[in-house]
Design a protein around this ligand. Structure first.
Ligand code: SF4
Length: 463
């Protein structure tokens, strides 16, 4: 057994100062490390320690001085498993706060049966999960005078909104898309990791969280909706549970890339209650069953118009944004007309439309029935005409209402804001002309005075 209790190699000059002096009055948190098994496990341990050190953790020299102990286990032979269980038992007896990782971590039930007190169990190569478990047990310190990176990370968005990625990859196989071959199958982040990031962002001044992934409504499927500890209670990696927890953070929460699966119905009451924004970004792509089938779209058999109508009964203010493709191989005039009729019926609030383009490596390239470019152009124009009419009517209906808006930009001419029905970059704006006293991120009430087919104009409400 290798018990790693090293002084980390080559400390930078600044770290010759005691931890206390480097980090103000707070002590740097200390992690004890026990590494069992082969050299591959040892390298895993080194990676975890390196990451923890870069975040300001000290490596404790003994059990007693550690705030938490990580045991990197071996699960190759029965004897190695027994040794791992012993090492976990020793760490619990000596310290009490233990995180288990490594090859034996795949047998979580067995570990928890022997040692119910372990804080977290993760498997081999799950570096992010181990580090996340350490964060949960002992949060890292952040000292803005020493750390180059703020705790919420570096972002390219304005300070008042941020994208929150909840998973990578995708289990769907839409025929026009190569993302699964580039990014692999769905890999969801544990719920407490998502929440920890979201909380940091809100603490750093973010007012609006934009939840993104390739398929947001599939969140947690790959993890079998596993629970992880968050604020002293278990939180499931499940779409509804995550939305509920995010809704408690006090920021605007906007859902992107949702598919119309039946379980999406469950989040609509959260929108009606004002917990999360009444906004769903659902890339429908088409309305004709034949085209959707050729596209191999998820949830393509759902009666989406009925579903949207039912959602609006629960949350009348719901805004639905979507994107569509016209001119997909095999799309007939009848399919296209079906799409236009569906648009008139569903009255989506915000819509983008693309002319189909083949993507190298996509299955759709093998489909017959290529639509000529001039037909694609003509359909695109007809589509946009219908949508502009729908959008203008919907926005006109907002004139006279008093609504909450978030300020995006301010100049001498006034403030450019957004309503709850508008995502940054892709949807419309609410202009408060002449109101230059606001600052980005302010959330104020505005009376809507005027609308066109894209944007709204108003003035700050006095009541
Ligand atoms: S288009 Fe389809 S396959 Fe591609 S990322 Fe979206 S849901 Fe997944």
């Amino acid at each position: 057994m290798v018990k790693i209790t090293p002084t980390p190699p080559s400390k930078p000059a600044a770290s010759k100062m005691p931890a206390k002096a480097r980090r103000g009055t707070a002590e740097a948190p200390k992690v004890g490390f026990v590494s069992l098994g082969c050299p591959k496990a040892l390298v895993d341990s080194e990676r975890i320690i390196t990451r923890l050190r870069s975040e300001g953790y000290e490596i404790a020299a003994d059990y007693v001085g550690a705030d938490v102990v990580v045991v990197n286990t071996c699960g190759f032979l029965d004897s190695a498993k027994a040794e791992s269980l012993d090492a976990i038992g020793e760490a619990i007896a000596e310290n009490g706060r233990v995180i288990v990782t490594g090859c034996f971590g795949v047998e979580e039930a067995r570990i928890r049966a022997a040692h119910p007190g372990v804080l977290a169990v993760t498997g081999p190569h799950q570096y992010e999960q181990v580090v996340g478990a350490v964060h949960d047990a002992v949060p890292p310190l952040h000292d803005p005078y020493v750390d180059l990176v703020p705790p919420e990370g570096l972002r390219l968005t304005p300070r008042h909104y941020a994208y929150l990625k909840i998973s990578e990859g995708c289990n769907n196989r839409c025929s026009f898309c190569i993302i699964p071959s580039l990014r692999g199958d769905l890999a969801s982040r544990p719920a407490n990791h998502v929440m920890a990031e979201a909380e940091k962002l809100v603490k750093a001044g973010v007012k609006e969280l934009l939840v993104i992934s390739q398929d947001t409504s599939a969140y947690g499927l790959d993890l079998k909706f596993a629970e992880s500890p968050w604020k002293g209670r278990p939180l499931k990696a499940k779409f509804l549970d995550l939305c509920t927890a995010l809704g408690d953070l006090g920021a605007w929460v906007r859902l992107h890339y949702v598919y119309p699966y039946p379980h999406v119905d469950d989040v609509i009451p959260l929108m009606a209650e004002g917990k999360i924004l009444p906004y769903l970004d659902i890339p429908f792509q088409h309305a004709s069953p034949a085209v959707l089938k050729a596209m191999r779209r998820p949830a393509h058999q759902e009666k989406t118009a009925d579903r949207i109508a039912a959602w609006r009964k629960v949350c009348p203010d719901l805004a639905v944004r979507s994107t569509f493709i016209v001119g997909f191989p095999g799309e007939t005039e009848q399919d296209f007309q079906m799409l236009l009729d569906w648009l008139e019926e569903t009255k989506l609030d915000r819509v983008g439309c693309f002319k189909y383009e083949p993507v190298e490596g996509a299955k759709a390239n093998e489909l017959p029935g290529t639509v000529p470019d001039e037909v694609k152009d003509e359909r695109w124009h007809r589509f946009m005409e219908v949508q502009q009419r729908v959008s203008e009517r919907l926005l006109q209906a907002k004139v006279g209402r008093t609504i909450e808006v978030i300020v995006d930009e301010v100049d001498e001419e006034g403030a450019m804001c957004r309503s709850k029905w508008d995502a940054p970059e892709i949807d419309g704006s609410v202009f408060l002309n002449g109101d230059s006293s606001l600052k980005p991120g302010d959330i104020v009430r505005a009376k809507i005075l005027h609308a066109d087919e894209t944007d709204l104009w108003g003035e700050r409400a006095t009541e």
